[in-house]
Design a protein around this ligand. Sequence first.
Ligand code: ZN
Length: 344
Amino acid sequence: MRATVMFGAGDVRIEAIADARIIEPTDALVVVSRACICGSDLWPYKVMEHSDTGRPMGHEAIGIVESVGADVRTIKVGDLVVMPFAYSDGTCVFCSEGLHTSCIHGGFFGTGEVGGAQAEALRVPLADGTLFVLPVGKDDVLMPSLLTLSDVMGTGHHAAIAAKVGPGKTVAIVGDGAVGLCGVIAARRLGAEQIIILGRHPDRTALAKDFGATDVVSERGDEGIQRVRELTDGLGVHSVLECVGLEQSMLTAISIARPGGAVGRVGVPQNETMTGSEAAFYNNITVSGGPAPVRAYIAELLPDILEGRIEPGRVFDRVVRLDEVPDGYRAMNDREAIKVMVEP
Ligand SMILES: [Zn+2]
């Protein structure tokens, strides 16, 4: 079968690899009908050292179950399923607490142990716990929005939960990528009153406004911090969604939170140490977040998509075939595209 493999920075290829197949009796084999490229795929795209064997890419997909292992109970051949970016058993102590990304038996797709989703097919471990059956047909018009349940919509929601967004709160979102934009949707959905997006790409901030952002701050660094203060009577915001992962974005996030506020971070950190410690301490700011347990959020977010209350699928502004995936990486890295959908 054909699959996306990254061999080093800027070196993404479509390779013929061994067919995905059932290995464990709890596996399902899924034929991918839609996948996508993630902002987090761009970190290795920028810095990965050359590897002769390469790394399978992709962790977001919707597909049809082709076969299941002998111990799979709830997932059936022919089901249309969405996969979260992490696999999980759904039964361990952490899954029971809704933290599926810490599943004792779980792991992440596209890491080498299991394949990537930017491929024709994929082996899904722990199928009963991992996969979520969708109540629509595979060509449903809602498919782009449903695909965001794999990662970006659930991740934006997780940032909002970690940042303690609630009715009447003031919220700022650092980052205007797909996750940040989904963070705007999540903040509005949870009842935030003022939603400030920090971003400087007009097409993205326009979409953020469509999603419910009330203010746009395009300045960066100290100027951006000052601007957010001006918009909040000098106080700062209750909740900050940090959706980038760089030192500067984290420092901005902590600097714009009001005393007693919270920062929910979902941008994959690119530094070993966390900045802003002093400001966070003296202002009693909660810093929380991490890999989103998106599996826990699918059931909650799905009705809003099915009933048209939210449209996170609008973050996809380009569709490519599998052969065109390398150019999709380039387009996202050059910020030509917000998020690229793959139709193998
Ligand atoms: Zn578990």
